[in-house]
Design a protein around this ligand. Structure first.
Ligand code: ZN
Length: 112
């Protein structure tokens, strides 16, 4: 089994729709740190699980320097972002989304 881990830093804004009063409902920004884990039993024809630069394109290319409410079709919580990233990247099984120091959400695919 091969594993690759890609760490990205993204600057992006969001505002959250919440069922309780919170300053997070106002538009604000974070320097997000997104860590993406991919694994595969077999390497592709290029000898890789997934090209690091393709992961960056698929995630940072869509999210960096954007208002996440404009580019994602759901309430952009760290948890929802982690699931979305996992769905975008081939062979991805785990994503950590650090919104700010000390605040991290993790999404992991269930075992097949
Ligand atoms: Zn926030």
């Amino acid at each position: 089994m091969y594993t690759v881990i890609k760490r990205l830093e993204i600057s992006a804004a969001h505002s959250l729709q919440l069922s309780y009063p919170s300053k997070c409902t106002t538009l604000h920004g974070h320097n997000w740190i997104i860590t993406i884990y991919c694994r595969s039993h077999e390497l592709n024809a290029d000898g890789m699980v997934t090209d690091f630069s393709h992961i960056k394109e698929q995630v940072a290319g869509k999210l960096d320097h954007r208002n996440l409410n404009d580019v994602l079709p759901f309430n952009p919580t760290a948890e929802n972002i982690a699931r979305w990233v996992c769905e975008q990247v081939e062979h991805c099984y785990r994503v950590e989304v650090q919104e700010s120091e000390g605040n991290t959400a993790i999404y992991e695919k269930e075992e097949d």
